[in-house]
Design a protein around this ligand. Sequence first.
Ligand SMILES: [Zn+2]
Length: 546
Amino acid sequence: MEKKYNVIKRTLAGMTAVMCMAGCLPALAANAEDKGESYGYHEASEQVTGGWEVVRGDTSPESNPDAVAAMDNALKYLDGVAYTPVAVLARQCVAGTNYCMLCKVKPITPNATPSYHLVYVYEDLKGNAEIIGRTTVLNSPSEGATGGYSVNDGDTSLSAHEDVLAAFNKAMDGRGGVDVRPIAYLGSQLVAGMNHMLLCKSTVVYPGAKPSYSIMTVYEDLDGNCQLSTSLKIDFGNISEFNRTIHCIANEPTCTKDGNIEYWYNTSSYKYYSDKKFVNEISYEDTIVKALGHDMDSPEWTWSDDHTSAHLTVKCNRCGEKAIDEDAVVTKKQIYPATYNRTGFISYVATVTINDESWENNCIVVLPKLTYTAPTISYEKGEGAVKLCWTEVEGVEEYGVAGFIGGKWQLLDHGKSTSYVLKNLKAGTSYKVAVVAKADGQWIKDFSNAVTVDPKEAYCYPNFRTRVINGKIGYKWEAVPGAEKYAVAVCLANKWQIVKQLDSNVLSWTSPKVQSGTYKTVVVAKINGKWVTVQAPANSVTVSVN
Ligand SMILES: [Zn+2]
C-alpha cells in the first residue's frame, strides 16, 4: 500500500495530469484543489459546509443501510483493498447522493496494516456508485518505524475496549456544555503514558443543535490522569485525496530519461489503462518507454603536453550533452629509444573504462636521433707505426679505424677499445685516418675527426759504420726500407754537405784521400723524393783521420 502510494506521487509529480471528475459534483468540485496531506480542518467553521447533512442519530453501518449499499456498489469494481465502514457520518444531496463514512481500509495482502479514512461515495440516481475521494485519519506506521500508532484492526466499539472508555470518561469528568460521545476506537500510541484515538460525536447542549464529528485523543499519563483533545474536526466538504483518473499524455523518451505511452491511471484502484474507457488494463511497466541512451559522436581526446594525462569527451549527437567526460588512465607502451642512426618513439595509451566498455587512444611521440659527435683523436708516433687514441662516445657498440685509401674511406679494423696501433707504416709517408663508431649494427659514417699521421722519421737513418784506411774513409750501411738513394754527408765549416750520392742498391762507399783531421759524417737516405736530414746531426759520427 505504502509502496504503491509512492508510485502515484511520482506519477503526479512527473507528468501532466488531467483530472477527470466522475459524476457531477459541484459542491466537491469547488474544493477540488489538491489539498495534499492536510486534514482539511477548518478551525473557524462551526457549520457543516456545502449542504452536507450530518447524521444526527445512530452512525452504525447497520442503521445506515443506504450508505453501506452505495459503498458495496462502489466496491464492485475495486479489487485488492478492503473497505470496512465503521461509521456513517454525513450525506449530501446532489444529482444523487454523496456519503461520507469512516472506514477501515486494508489492502488484501499478507501482513497488510490497516488505516482509517473518511471515505466519500457518490451514488447516482440509477444506483451506480463510486468512491470519489478520501481523507486520511490514521495510518499505520510504515514498516520498521517506531513510535507510531498501533492501529486497531479489530472491533472498533468502545464496549470492546473498556480501558479506553474508562480513560475517556475520566477525561470527560467535570466537562459540561458539550455532549461528547465516543463512537469508535481507532488506535493507541505509547508515549510517556498513552494516547488513544477515538471518533467522537459532539453536540452542544442546546435544543435542535446539530452534532459535529471529530477525531479526538485521550491522553492518559503514567499517574492515570486523563485529558481529551481534538485532533481533527471533520469538515465534510474538505476531501484531501480525490479518487480520480489521471490522464497521462505520451512523453517521448530522451537519452537519459524514460518516456511513457499515453495512458490513464485510476488512483483508487491503482490500475493503469491504455484507453480512457478503462477496458485495456496494462501494468505500470507497460507505460514506460525506455530511455534511448546517448547517440555517441566520435570520441575526442585531449592530452597534456607531457603526455602523462589525457581526457576523453564524447558528445551525444542527439542531445548535445557530454555523454562521457572522463580522465583517462595513461600507460607507456612500446618504448623504442632514439639512437645516433634512428629516431625512437614512445607510445602512450590512454584508457577510459565505463561499465565494462573501454575507449582507447594512442599517442605516439617521436624521439629525435641522438646528436653524434665523432671521437677526438690523438696519436703517438712509433717506428713504422702510429698509436691512435680517441675519446669515448656514449651508447656505441664498437669503433672502427678507417683509412683514406685511393680516394675512398676503407675500414681497416674495428673493436671495442679506444686505442689502436697502425703498423707497417712507411717512414716519411703520411696516412689519413679517422675513427668511426657503430650503433644499432650500423657504422656512423662521420669522418670529421680525420687526422693525418706519419711514423717516426728516426727509422729513416741507415745504421752505418766507418773505417779509415790510408787517409780514406770507408762507409758501410744497412738498407733502409723505401730508400731511393743514399748519400754520405759531411759537416765542413759547420755546414752539412752531401759529398756522394749512391743508388739504393749500393750499401758501401769509400771516400778519396782526405786531409788529416776530424770529420763529422753521416749516411742519409732519400725517401719519397726527399732527403731525410732532420735528425742527421744526432745520427752522425766523428771520424779522425791521421
Ligand atoms: Zn544524448
